[in-house]
Design a protein around this ligand. Structure first.
Ligand SMILES: Nc1ncnc2c1ncn2[C@@H]1O[C@H](COP(=O)(O)OP(=O)(O)OP(=O)(O)O)[C@@H](O)[C@H]1O
Ligand SMILES: [Mg+2]
Length: 450
């Protein structure tokens, strides 16, 4: 027998409160009554109600205050307000404060029960979705970031820890390793989630455009500036600004960015008036900033400002053990999207996936799975259904445009080093590389090590 839904009925007219409660008890709910706003607030503090039904106009405390309190104490608790006179506006105000619905007095008990039933159904749905998402995250990762390997788990742990703070985070990783995914996860797990997440790709724009995109410009600041433009910093006020490909930021803008970080204010191009901004900064790059610093192309002081916390996302070839998990998740995602039955992924196909270098990382894997799901005819993805470039990465038809040779050399080198460090102990070396022992054996054979 599932637990009864608990309701609090709050009305300073005792007869009304009792009539409503009685009718709801008969409909199978567990009702408590409070006959003043103060008593209502006290009951709310005690907690444990799934739903609150409150009068809007009471002698001691306004119904709006009750709505606010109830939502603040327990966001899951739904509130329905009763309005004694046709004051549509107060009811709307209550909805703005987070009330689920409102009812006009005198209360029609049938309507009341229908509304409560709907609110409870919605609540159950929300709870089961939240629960489902939690279960998935517990098993596979966090906020859709999948990864069970040690390095991914470490990245996810840091992400969880750093999200609620205001710290600047530098996210490092090759293309397609999930840098933007991580940036969005940080934002939605911070108190800034109600404000904007504003991404800006620093490599995509010319220096002048980038400058006015970031900081804004005044009307007439330069030829063609025919209106005043608020920059991304101002637009992201209260929220998060994600500067992607930060390694490509021109030096003049690096200086200005440093200033914003230090003083928390921006100057629009063509203006000398500082504008205060409250923005959390996240930055990402697939380049090696230490090399850029050495070459004089990236300011060291800015680098230290950005890397208060660093999250490094490993390339997929260093976490081959995550492949089955990712493949399964993407098969499910695209089967649902295209209305197909999820195809079976055979071990022979998986084997080919392990052997490929995935220069485009998770993005490439995801696209690859999408195409295989779309093209699937017999509900089975076998070796022959795997795209040719995955089977023969050295071939000229690699979609990445990156030669397979360098990657392979890199991989070979990593394996050589790992084996040396672990004094030839393959089990240890595999663990160090974040790959399965079987995979390591195969690679050792392929590269002709002994
Ligand atoms: N760990 C992961 N789990 C699930 N999906 C992932 C993961 N990493 C990346 N993806 C998916 O791969 C794609 C690319 O991710 P994202 O855009 O975050 O990469 P990126 O590092 O920002 O790449 P780039 O440097 O090219 O901008 C997205 O569709 C994303 O959902
Ligand atoms: Mg990106």
């Amino acid at each position: 027998m599932p637990e009864k839904t608990r309701l609090l009925v709050l009305d300073d007219d005792r007869a009304h409160a009792e009539a409503a409660a009685e009718s709801l008890e008969r409909a199978g709910y567990d009702c408590s009554i409070a006959v003043s706003g103060t008593e209502g607030l006290r009951r709310l503090e005690e907690g444990g109600f799934d739903l609150v039904l409150t009068d809007l106009v009471m002698r001691d405390v306004s119904g709006l205050e009750i709505v606010r309190r109830a939502r603040a104490l327990s966001p899951e608790t739904e509130v329905i307000v009763m309005t004694g006179y046709p004051s549509y506006e107060t009811a709307l105000e209550a909805m703005d404060e987070g009330a689920y619905d409102y009812l006009n007095k005198p209360i029609d008990l049938n309507i009341l029960r229908a509304k409560i039933r709907k609110a409870v159904e919605k609540q159950k749905l929300v709870r089961s979705n939240v629960e489902l998402k939690k279960q998935l995250d517990r098993r596979y990762g966090f906020e859709g970031i999948l990864g069970g390997t040690e390095r991914m788990q470490a990245a996810i742990d840091t992400l969880r820890q750093v999200s609620p703070s205001n710290a600047t985070v530098l996210i490092l990783g090759e293309s397609g390793t999930g840098k933007e995914l991580v940036a969005r996860a940080i934002h939605v797990n911070s108190a800034r989630r109600a404000h904007r997440f504003m991404p800006l790709n620093c490599a995509a724009l010319s220096e002048t455009v980038l400058e006015s995109e970031l900081f804004g410009h005044e009307k007439g600041a330069f030829t063609g500036a025919s209106y005043t433009h608020k920059g991304r910093f101002e637009a992201a006020h209260g929220g998060t600004l994600f500067l992607d490909e930060i390694g490509d930021l021109p030096s003049a803008i690096q200086v200005k960015l440093l200033r914003v970080i230090e003083y928390g204010e921006v100057f629009r191009v063509g203006s000398n008036d500082p504008i205060k901004v409250d923005v959390r900064l996240l930055a990402a790059t697939n380049r090696d900033l230490s090399v850029l610093i050495r070459e004089g192309r990236f300011r060291e002081d800015l680098y230290y400002r950005l890397k208060v916390v660093t999250i490094e996302l490993p390339p997929l070839r260093d976490r081959l053990e995550d492949i089955p998990l990712l493949v399964q998740a993407f098969i499910e995602e695209f089967s649902t999207k295209y209305g197909h039955k999820a195809p079976e992924f055979t071990p022979a196909a998986l084997e080919l996936f392990y052997d490929y270098g995935w220069p485009g990382n998770v993005r490439e894997l995801r696209n690859c799975v999408e195409s295989m799901v779309v093209l699937d005819k017999d509900g089975r993805i076998d070796a022959e259904d795997v795209p040719r470039y995955v089977k023969s990465p050295e071939g000229s038809d690699s979609p990445s445009g990156v030669g397979g040779v360098n990657l392979e050399e890199g991989e070979k080198e990593s394996i050589r080093k790992a084996l040396a460090k672990c004094e030839g102990n393959r089990e240890k070396a595999a663990r160090m590389l974040g790959i399965g022992e079987r995979t390591l054996y195969r690679k050792i054979k392929r590269y002709g090590f002994n």
